[in-house]
Design a protein around this ligand. Structure first.
Ligand code: SAH
Ligand code: MG
Length: 226
């Protein structure tokens, strides 16, 4: 028998955000999005937590992470230059011509990202950063409670994200990497190589996985808190 009492407001909000995240265009299966949300919920327990994602696209993962930020009081920085990765350009399988700005001929996902965040009512918890990931990383100084790497998947951009951002994960903080495929038949190598490097460094330990999502936790090194 179903419970006739109305759902608590936070359950309703959670369901709304889940539906928004699922409906947003992007590259994140529902179960992986849920696992990302759960991992960020753990990270959001520390006071005034800071989350950052590299690779915003149209805002799908930002809604999963933004939901956890809202529920815990954290803030998510969602970073992208919004011109798409190599694999999103014309001629590649992940190209979507509707995202090309006719005046520049270049991909521009920023209007879609903004519409996703505004539509989800998450502007108070999700802050967009428009720019090149290594450039932002080189000037960044806030220790991160949760860092999600899902930017360019080529060797150079993926390693630049790992080298630029993983040192900012605070001791005890989380690092999540998307599109980790141990079997080369399933996808490109670089995200898997980053995950291996993080484990081999001895600075991170495994803290869960779902599909191609890998969650790690920093046990040594990194930026001291405060
Ligand atoms: N997390 C998204 C998918 C990200 S796709 C989702 O849930 O759907 C990868 C994104 O990385 C693209 O939007 C691309 O523009 C961005 N990107 C690639 N290289 C970048 C760089 N050097 N700086 C900033 N963003 C970059
Ligand atoms: Mg991805």
């Amino acid at each position: 028998m179903t419970d006739p009492r109305p759902a608590p407001a936070e359950d309703t909000r959670r369901e709304f955000l889940r539906a928004r995240a699922r409906a947003a265009s992007g590259f994140m299966p529902d179960d992986e999005g849920e696992a990302l949300y759960e991992a960020a919920m753990r990270a959001g327990r520390s006071p005034s937590a800071t989350f950052l994602e590299i690779g915003a696209w149209c805002g799908k993962s930002a809604v999963y992470l933004g939901a956890a930020a809202e529920a815990t009081g954290a803030v998510l920085f969602s970073l992208d230059h919004h011109h798409g990765s190599e694999e999103n350009q014309a001629g590649w399988p992940h190209h979507d011509p509707s995202l090309v700005d006719p005046t520049t001929g270049r991909i521009d996902t920023l209007p879609r990202w903004r519409a996703t965040i505004v539509g989800a009512g998450l502007e108070h918890r999700v802050v967009g950063i428009v720019g090149d990931s290594p450039t932002v990383a080189s000037r960044w100084s806030t220790p991160l409670d949760f860092c999600f790497i899902d930017g360019g998947h080529g060797t150079e951009p993926a390693w630049a994200d790992y080298r630029g951002w993983s040192p900012h994960v605070r001791p005890g903080g989380w690092l999540a990497i998307h599109d980790v495929f141990p079997d080369p038949a399933d996808g490109g190598r670089p995200p898997y190589e980053l995950w291996c490097a993080a484990l081999e460094s001895g600075e991170f330990v495994e803290d869960g996985e779902c599909g191609s999502l890998r969650v790690l936790r920093r046990v040594a090194g990194g930026t001291p808190a405060g």
